[in-house]
Design a protein around this ligand. Structure first.
Ligand code: UTP
Length: 291
C-alpha cells in the first residue's frame, strides 16, 4: 500500500479560537516560533508523505503562502546579512509540494475530505491530518497509523483514551482489540452525551483512508451540527470494508483549545536551550499563585 499524499483541511471557521481567528486562520496561530500547520506538515514529511493537499478557501491563502517563497522578504534578509533567518524562510518554502483545493462552503469535515476526491482517488490510500491537532513522539503519530494501514491493508483512524467528561468533544469508537492497541471498529458516534458514550476511545486528527471513503461520503446527509461528518462515513466504511482504530503514543495538543494551545507554547519554548532557563525564571513567580 503506497501512501504519498496527506490531506489537511484548513477551511473551517475556527469559532472556538475567536477573536484571535477573526482574520488569522487557526492553523496559522504560532506555537512558539512556527505556525501550528507547519508542525503538522513536518510530521507528515517525517512519516514519508510527499505531497500536501490543503482543503482551503478564499480566506486561507496565507496557509499556502507560508510554504512558498517570499522574494521581497528574502531580499531584505539577504541585504541585512541575516543568513540564518534567510535559510529558515527558504527551508519552509522548499519543504514540500503543495496542492490546494477549494472548499467553497464550510459544510463540515466530511465534506472537506470529499473535496480532495479528484486529487487522491487513484491512490491506494491517503492520509488526513487535522490542521489543529498536534502530535509529538519518537515515532510520529501519522507513521504509527501508516505502519498498521500497510500491514493490514485497511483504513485506520488514530485514537486516544480521553477522560469521561471530554467524550462530548470527540468522535467516539467501540470495537474489539485484535492486537495490543489495535481495535477492529464496530461503531462510531460523533460527540455523544457524557452518559451515552459507548467508550472513551476518541478519534483524534489522524487518519489513513482508502478511496472507497468517497462513496460513503457522497451518500451522506448532514449529521451532528448540520455538518457532513467524516465520522458518519467512517461508520459505513467500517461495515462495508472494515476499519481499524490504533491507540497513538506520544504527546498531543488540541490547538483549538486555549489551555492546550498555551501549554504547547510553553512545551516547545522549553525545548529550545536558548530560551529554557529564562522561560523557567519568568514562569516561576507566575505559577506560584494561590488559587
Ligand atoms: P474543527 O471542527 O476543529 O474546526 O475541524 P473548525 O470548524 O474550524 O473549528 P471550531 O470548532 O469552529 O473552532 C477540524 C479541521 O477541519 C477543518 C478545520 O479548518 C479544522 O482544521 N474544516 C472543518 C474544514 O476544512 N472544513 C469544514 O467545513 C470544517
Amino acid at each position: 500500500m503506497n501512501i504519498r499524499k496527506a490531506v489537511i483541511p484548513v477551511a473551517g471557521w475556527g469559532t472556538r479560537s475567536l477573536p484571535a481567528t477573526k482574520n488569522i486562520p487557526k492553523e496559522m496561530l504560532p506555537i512558539y516560533n512556527k505556525p501550528v500547520v507547519q508542525y503538522i506538515v513536518e510530521e507528515a514529511l517525517s512519516s514519508g508523505i510527499e505531497d500536501i493537499v490543503f482543503i482551503s478557501n478564499r480566506d486561507k491563502k496565507v496557509v499556502e503562502d507560508h510554504f512558498d517563497y517570499n522574494s521581497q522578504l528574502e531580499a531584505v534578509l539577504e541585504r541585512a546579512g541575516k543568513e540564518d533567518m534567510l535559510k529558515c524562510v527558504r527551508d519552509v518554502a522548499e519543504m514540500v509540494n503543495i496542492i490546494s483545493v477549494r472548499q467553497k462552503r464550510a459544510l463540515g469535515l466530511g465534506h472537506a475530505v470529499l473535496c480532495a476526491k479528484d486529487v487522491v482517488r487513484y491512490d491506494d490510500a491517503f492520509a488526513v491530518m487535522l490542521g489543529d491537532d498536534l502530535m509529538f513522539g519518537m515515532n510520529p503519530g501519522l507513521n504509527q497509523l501508516m505502519e498498521i494501514a500497510k500491514s493490514e491493508r485497511k483504513s485506520v483512524v488514530g485514537v486516544v483514551e480521553v477522560p469521561q467528561e471530554e467524550v462530548k468533544n470527540y468522535g467516539i469508537v467501540t470495537g474489539t482489540e485484535q492486537a495490543p492497541g489495535v481495535f477492529k471498529v464496530k461503531t462510531l458516534v460523533e460527540k455523544p452525551d457524557i452518559n451515552k458514550a459507548p467508550s472513551r476511545l476518541a478519534i483524534i486528527g489522524r487518519y489513513i483512508l482508502t478511496p472507497n471513503i468517497f462513496d460513503c461520503l457522497a451518500k451522506l446527509s448532514p449529521g451532528s451540527g448540520g455538518e457532513i461528518q467524516l465520522t458518519d462515513a467512517l461508520q459505513v466504511l467500517a461495515e462495508q470494508s472494515g476499519l481499524l482504530a490504533v491507540k497513538l503514543n506520544g504527546k498531543r495538543f488540541d490547538a483549538g483549545n486555549w489551555a492546550e494551545y498555551l501549554t504547547a507554547n510553553i512545551y516547545f519554548g522549553m525545548q529550545d536551550p536558548a530560551l529554557r532557563d529564562e522561560l523557567i525564571q519568568r514562569l516561576k513567580p507566575l505559577l506560584n499563585v494561590s488559587k
